[in-house]
Design a protein around this ligand. Sequence first.
Ligand code: GLY
Ligand code: MN
Ligand code: MN
Length: 464
Amino acid sequence: MTTHSTSLYAQRRAKLAAQLGADAVAIIPTAPEQARNRDSDFPYRHDSYFYYLTGFSEPHAWLVIDGQGRSSLFCQPKDLEREIWDGYRLGPDAAPKALGVDAAFSASDLDSQLPKLLENQHTVWYPFATHKGLETRVDGWLNSVRARVRFGAICPSHQRDVCAVLDEMRLIKDVHEQDTMRRAARISAQAHIRAMQTSAHMLRAGQDVREYHLEAELLHEFRKHGSQFPAYTSIVAAGANACVLHYRADTAPVRSGDLVLIDAGCELDGYASDITRTFPANGVFSPAQRDVYNLVLASQEASIAATRPGARFIDPHEAVVNVLSQGLLDLGLLNAKQHGTVDDVIEKRAYFRYYMHRTSHWLGMDVHDCGSYVEPSELGQVSTRQDPLSGETITNRPSRILREGMVLTLEPGLYIRPADDVPEAFWNIGIRVEDDALVTANGCELMSRDVPVSVAEIEALMRS
Ligand code: GLY
Ligand code: MN
Ligand code: MN
């Protein structure tokens, strides 16, 4: 059901309609239900674009908007028999008032109504390469219009990707979205606190702590505060597992003396949060762990300082790479005799051995949210360079200029695998620190900082 006033969604629909062109129609389906196994489905999750424009989270629903701003919803018809088994359906009769759309039909009327809605239009917009079978259905509706051409009907002659417009809209979070994302981040922060404290408590009590015990604490806290789902599969990685970037919470023991990396965030009312903290399982960092942790944290501080309107999306990453590269030389993890100065380390990408991912991604309804990472006004400024590690030719376009209302993660890390040229005290240390930054008028707001991040604060929290 809708979670907010209909005017919010009506405003978004009007903004989309204004960009479609006068003789145009946009078709936006929600997500299909997904079978898990036999007759069990995965928990249903709406399509983000559809939800952004409707606030409606039932399956089997479609939104159609024309260039005049007229909106039609297709949804599941009322059906007492099905509602007894599967739950309440809004139904087309109640939809206009509940959702603020101009008209509503049963989803079973799609094939009869769509040709009428497409007739005499110039352009049909829909999400390209997103919904399996959608292109075929659009073809079918266009063919129905074409069959009437000899009676004077005009068939749309242009197809365009509606995601191109919606991605730009979704990139700038409105006040409602910012508020929801703050609430999601606060719940996730509480979940991280709970997992840290549980780890220390259980180890102090001499219990056998497993990664899944800590995952259970995260899920408990998410759900307790009304989150519908985790925004992505939680990573709870103990010891060496932290060096596996896409590890999940599994059965490995959480041992005193090891670090635990938790990358977990809840989804609340359709919006994701994405937080990583790395902490000592028993609550106290070893000297080597502390050194690497403080280096990662210092690099994150540099990325925070680089996140403000007018800066580029790439700037926080470059700030991180600078700090980490110098720190890797200082700690002896990169040998200055072999690798040279910090500029050489950056130029040759030698840091990549320990830091092999980017610092940021957009965050919003999807954890890796939509939106171009290239500045649209500078698309034509193309240059190429040779990658120093792979030798591949890389195409560069100017990085996106940050604007107020964009949300990006700041998530530097270091992942140190055992090797002959690495001091043993650093072996298997995997550390990432991740926060969610909303670009504000003068800088950025870290929405996820209710969970401590400094060594002293984490150790104090885990003592308590
Ligand atoms: N949790 C996914 C990511 O950090 O990108
Ligand atoms: Mn992330
Ligand atoms: Mn993450």
